[in-house]
Design a protein around this ligand. Structure first.
Ligand code: NAD
Length: 420
């Protein structure tokens, strides 16, 4: 018999057994059971303390999702951090039953157009289809079944799967289609119906197919990765056609968060930043994927983009991301910023960031889901610009300055943009 969950919204995680997703799932379960507090969650910070009723309760979310790997959410969180476990084992044990229930709901995803490295991770029995349109139909039916069988009111779909290589098929649609909605639709349909193998580099990529499947049903698609997903103007077009919402790219959790806080300081004090070097080392599954040059280039571009935009000029920059297995989820970033002050005198700032990747990212996934649901309840569709502070490369962003982005979020939560 169908369960009645009309008060609940589905949270559909793509890459549900990965580090970020599994930590978000554990965190949500712990929040729902009152076993953890709101530390690390933006929507639980001091500014929003008196308006917390504008947000849905954590109990309103019901999790499902897809994967390409076997394994379990439990194993991911239990081994997070490798030799330095990242999460208390009593917390994991307390949520074990929830994690198993969610695991049993996970369905096979797609690796269409995701490149060789991601394909090599896939050990689940994944259906293959002749054309991307058929893959979209399957993804849609999986999500609809989850909504229907669990009596959910709607769905927030969050992509937390591995970073794909840059995709030429979507790029070509954007270049040829420009801002012409009719042309974009026809190019998209053509690519969607073009028969090609799962591994073909000319196929539309999985991230875009997940995004399209979500948006054409009026649901929200959040792209926490630098993968192609739903770019502008396709996202604007689909939002208009289907009444859905979207936002991306690439969660801003560590070194880039620091950049977006520090670079405005250099700009506002009128220092001349000559170079900014950032070396990143870590050793989790994400690092395995980013070790492949094709997958890495999407990430480096995302981490490098914002400096020039904040400063108004492009200093020499270097971003490296290297895989060091023993570190597991513990990521270290060393940044060296060489700048000139008054009378041309050179100076330097160096910082070391030591973060646990999934612990930084998971609460943002929960915040994004909560804020996306708040937007839905306010009747807001289209690009969710007010979420820019959560992303390294926020779509349609007018600023990369963290303080200004945060202010936009604050104003939106307080309803200031509606004059309320
Ligand atoms: N601090 C952070 O951890 C952080 C910050 C910003 C962005 N991200 C991005 O978030 C994503 C997830 O990071 P992670 O550390 O959890 O990585 P991960 O490798 O631990 O998890 C990714 C999961 O996605 C699954 N997957 C891969 N391709 C898939 C597909 N096509 N369909 C369904 N599932 C698929 C993998 O099997 C894996 O379980 C990455 O793209 C990463 O770059 C992470």
């Amino acid at each position: 018999m169908k369960k009645q969950n009309k008060e609940k919204t589905g949270l559909w995680l793509i890459g549900a057994r990965g580090g970020v997703a599994s930590t978000a799932i554990l965190g949500l379960s712990a929040l729902q059971a009152g076993k953890t507090d709101g530390t690390g969650l933006v929507t639980e910070n001091y500014d929003f303390k008196d308006v917390s009723s504008v947000f849905p309760a954590w109990s309103e979310f019901f999790v499902g999702g897809c994967e390409i790997r076997t394994g379990s959410i439990y194993d991911t969180v239990a081994t997070l951090g490798g030799i330095h476990p990242a999460i208390r084992s009593d917390l994991i044990q307390a949520c074990k039953r929830d994690l198993a229930a969610i695991d049993s709901r996970l369905v096979p995803g797609t690796i269409r157009g995701s490149g060789k490295c991601i394909a090599s991770l896939a050990d689940m029995d994944l259906p293959t289809e002749d054309a991307p349109a058929e893959t979209v139909a399957r993804l849609e039916s999986q999500m609809k079944a989850f909504v229907d069988q669990n009596g959910l009111s709607s769905l927030i779909v969050v992509n937390v799967s591995s970073t794909e290589p840059v995709n030429a098929a979507v790029q070509s649609i954007l270049e040829k289609g420009g801002n012409d909605g009719k042309k974009l639709n026809s190019l998209w349909d053509k690519a969607l119906n073009k028969k090609c193998s799962q591994s073909s580099e000319s196929s539309l990529p999985a991230s875009s197919l997940y995004g399209y499947a979500a948006m054409k049903n009026g649901w929200t698609f959040i792209n926490f990765t630098p993968s192609t997903g739903v770019p502008i103007p396709l996202g604007d077009l689909w939002s208009e056609q289907y009444g859905s919402a979207y936002m991306g790219f690439d969660g801003k959790t560590g070194e880039t968060l620091m950049k977006s806080v520090l670079a405005p300081m250099f700009r506002n004090r009128n220092f001349n930043v000559m170079s900014w070097v950032g070396h990143n080392i870590f050793g989790n599954l994400d690092a395995v994927v980013l070790d492949d040059p094709a997958n890495k280039s999407a990430k480096v571009a995302s981490k490098d983009r914002l400096l020039g935009e904040i400063l108004g000029y492009r200093p020499q920059t270097l971003v490296t991301i290297e895989r060091i297995n023993s570190l597991g989820d513990w990521k270290t970033a060393w940044d060296h910023i060489h700048f000139q002050g008054f009378l041309g005198t050179p100076m330097a700032l160096q910082f070391t960031w030591e973060g646990c990747d999934s612990i930084l990212a998971a609460p943002l996934v929960l915040d994004l889901s909560r804020l996306a649901l708040t937007a839905r309840r306010r009747g807001q569709t289209g690009r969710l610009d007010f979420l820019s502070s959560f992303f390294k490369s926020p779509q349609g962003a007018s600023t990369h300055d963290f303080a200004r982005q945060y202010l936009a979020l604050y104003d939106w939560v307080m309803g200031a943009e509606n004059g309320k």
